[in-house]
Design a protein around this ligand. Structure first.
Ligand SMILES: Nc1ncnc2c1ncn2[C@@H]1O[C@H](COP(=O)(O)OP(=O)(O)OP(=O)(O)O)[C@@H](O)[C@H]1O
Ligand SMILES: [Mg+2]
Length: 403
């Protein structure tokens, strides 16, 4: 978060590792805890607005307005920090879109791209060109952008409850553990967003589905953000899009990591990872866990192979007793299906939406009661997880995968 201080924005180092570490893969690729682009790939030459597709609803902001709206990008306006820069809270007038006094007009979130690095122009542009054209209740709204001199910013609707990542993994009095019901609501909302992207209407592969890109409004409605890595889906007759391998380590599908062949089923895999994070309360990559538990998928494998008997042992202990056995089994087996190694055997996002809708219905009377779950939990215990309840979790080691 230190690099979000306005005085330091210009002088930060190019590789922006944040709280987590960087690694060099065996093939020499730089694998970092955040999404990054190789320095040489995107020159930071100012480019014109003619790269931006026409969009009736996007506003072009003056840098000075956004500076005033965020109170000079004040550190206490910072909402979060990602691989491309910091996100600030600000206020604008709802009619003129000019800066407004804090607490008046409408609240916005302003993402300011780092100026020191040579990364991000492509992603900035992709965000504008996708989010400027796509509308769905489960996609975050892009209000506008700013391109002025070397400044590149994006202006979004403000999402009062921040990211799913913060709610699942931050330990502080601000973030109480999300209940099972809310987790399933968020899963359904995010699934609807992805299903829309994959639909013939949009035909987009999202490529960066992860807990930090799922934002929550005041009623925990989930909205997907960050379309910087999104790609148009395969054209007729083609089975996949060939791309450079990019995304976030742990969430990216294994076949995509191995070949660079991208399909909508790569997103389905990432959805399975996030669903498993919600079920277990564990980050996909967590170096602070004991040896053998760093990778959630590896750790969960033996339990997932026998979920009927062992599902209780992977459930997040902080939500003990809030779900029925049936719901736990249904959610976990859905995650297992999404994580299938063979992409063709993964469900479509439309199937996932249906399954999650059925799961909501399984809360109706007649299902196995939560006491059955509690009884099993008492029997098996979940000592390791219980011990961690009071522990602190640093930010997830999300590893970008660049070639
Ligand atoms: N529209 C928004 N409303 C409220 N908070 C937001 C909004 N957009 C982003 N944030 C906050 O800012 C954080 C940083 O967002 P950003 O998209 O820059 O990075 P990230 O998704 O955490 O990481 P990465 O760069 O790897 O995608 C988010 O995790 C979230 O907490
Ligand atoms: Mg993000």
């Amino acid at each position: 978060m230190g690099s979000c201080l306005s005085s330091r924005v210009d002088s930060d180092t190019q590789l922006h590792a944040g709280a987590s570490s960087r690694y060099v893969g065996s093939d020499g690729r730089v694998l970092s805890s955040r999404r990054l682009l190789p320095a040489s790939s995107v020159p930071l030459t100012p480019r014109g607005e003619n790269e931006i597709l026409d969009s009736a609803t996007l506003n072009s902001f003056a840098f000075n307005d956004l500076r005033i709206a965020t109170r000079n990008f004040r550190p206490d306006s910072v909402l979060g920090e990602g691989g491309f820069g910091c996100v600030f809270k600000g206020w604008i007038d709802e009619h003129s879109f000019k800066a407004a006094k804090p607490g008046t007009g409408i609240v916005i979130a302003v993402k300011r791209l780092n100026q020191d690095g040579s990364q991000g122009h492509k992603e900035w542009l992709a965000e504008i060109n996708y989010l400027g054209q796509l509308y769905h209740p489960n996609l975050v709204k892009l209000v506008g952008y700013c391109l002025e001199d070397e400044h590149r910013l994006l202006v979004y609707e403000f999402m009062p409850r921040g990211s799913l990542e913060n709610h699942l993994f931050r330990r502080s009095s601000h973030f109480q553990p999300l209940s099972w019901t809310i987790r399933m609501k968020v899963a359904l909302g995010a699934a609807k967003g992805l299903a829309y992207l994959h639909s013939p209407e949009a035909k987009v592969i999202y490529r960066d589905f992860k807990a930090s890109n799922i934002l929550l409004d005041s009623s925990y409605n989930a909205k997907l953000s960050d379309f910087g890595l999104a790609k148009d889906g395969p054209m007729d007759g083609q089975s996949h899009v060939s791309t450079r391998i990019m995304g976030t380590y742990g969430y990216a599908a294994p076949e995509y990591m191995a070949t660079g062949h991208l399909t909508a089923k790569s997103d389905v895999y990432s959805f399975g990872v996030v669903l498993l994070e919600m079920i277990t309360g564990r980050r996909v990559m967590d170096k602070n866990r004991p040896q053998g538990e760093h990778n959630l998928i590896e750790w969960a494998r033996p339990y997932l192979a026998n979920i009927k008997r062992r599902v209780i042992q992977i459930m997040d202990p902080r939500i003990e007793g809030q779900y029925t056995m049936l719901a736990a089994l249904r959610a976990t087996s859905l995650a297992v299906k999404c994580l299938t190694v063979e992409p063709r055997n993964r469900p479509s996002m439309t199937d996932v939406v249906k399954a999650l809708e059925q799961l909501q219905d399984s809360r109706e009377p007649g299902s196995v009661k939560a006491e059955a779950v509690q009884k099993k939990q008492r029997k098996f215990g979940n000592n390791e997880a219980t011990k961690r309840r009071a522990g602190s979790y640093p930010r997830q080691s999300t590893t970008p995968v660049n070639t």
